[in-house]
Design a protein around this ligand. Structure first.
Ligand code: NI
Ligand code: MN
Length: 232
């Protein structure tokens, strides 16, 4: 299994059965993304919310590759109007695609589709648990503040081994809050995201790593550069 960071909250996850899952594909306007939209391939695209730095190039990539889009109900309605089919779902539900189970969880954020005129569309923001064929679970929190579900629903019920958490601050948790999130979630691996894309979310991931280390020795922080892969 490989997890390749494309910068911000965009990851390309290659499962052990070669299924390519793309999360929050913010590619073309992402100043740190190492690939072009044309180079991206996907079987499944998971969108956490309607902000342009997450919804990103979802439609272009789905159009070209035929990838299945997984998003909240409101996004699926919008996508249907654009002629694209999405698997719409909502908080607490799961869908199975090939041998991967995708569970939508709460996140503490907003979700307006800020690229269309009528602000108000977009439903709720969310996070996902991706349960891969080998049983490994990846938690992509989406944009979020620290919230109590992380130590109840996420940790006690889903028990992800890998957590992808934002550390950029301002719009999401910063390193301090994200280190507490890591302590609560108790994963084996945590990969920081949503930082150093723009000056306003500039952060030192080593600071985050030190904080996690001091709270939770069993959790390993894997810091990736955009384009780099974590493999297991
Ligand atoms: Ni956002
Ligand atoms: Mn964001």
């Amino acid at each position: 299994m490989q997890i390749r960071w494309l910068g911000h909250s965009a990851f390309e996850i290659m499962s052990s059965e070669d299924l390519k899952i793309l999360t929050d594909p913010f590619i073309s306007n992402n100043p740190v993304c190492p690939v072009t939209v044309e180079e991206v391939d996907a079987d499944v695209i998971c969108v956490t919310h309607g902000h342009t730095d997450h919804f990103g190039d979802t439609m272009e990539i789905a159009n070209r590759t035929g990838a299945v889009i997984v998003a909240n109900h409101e996004h699926s309605v919008y996508l249907a109007k654009q002629g694209l089919e999405a698997i719409g779902m909502n908080i607490g539900g799961s869908v199975k695609i090939h041998n991967i189970t995708i569970t939508m969880l709460n996140s503490n954020h907003s979700s307006d589709m800020d690229f269309i005129d009528e602000i108000g569309a977009g439903g709720s923001s969310c996070g996902y648990i991706l349960t891969l064929e080998n049983g490994r679970k990846i938690y992509h929190s989406g944009d979020t503040g620290l919230f109590g579900d992380m130590k109840t629903v996420v940790r006690d019920i889903y028990k992800p081994q890998i957590a992808l958490l934002p550390i950029g601050d301002r719009y999401t948790m910063g390193p301090f809050e994200a280190s507490i999130a890591a302590e609560w979630i108790n994963p084996e691996i945590v990969i920081p995201m949503h930082y150093n894309t723009f000056p306003v979310i500039k952060q030192d991931p080593e600071d985050f790593a030190r904080r996690v280390e001091s709270l939770k020795k069993e959790t390993k922080v894997v810091i990736l550069e955009p384009g780099q892969i974590y493999e297991e």
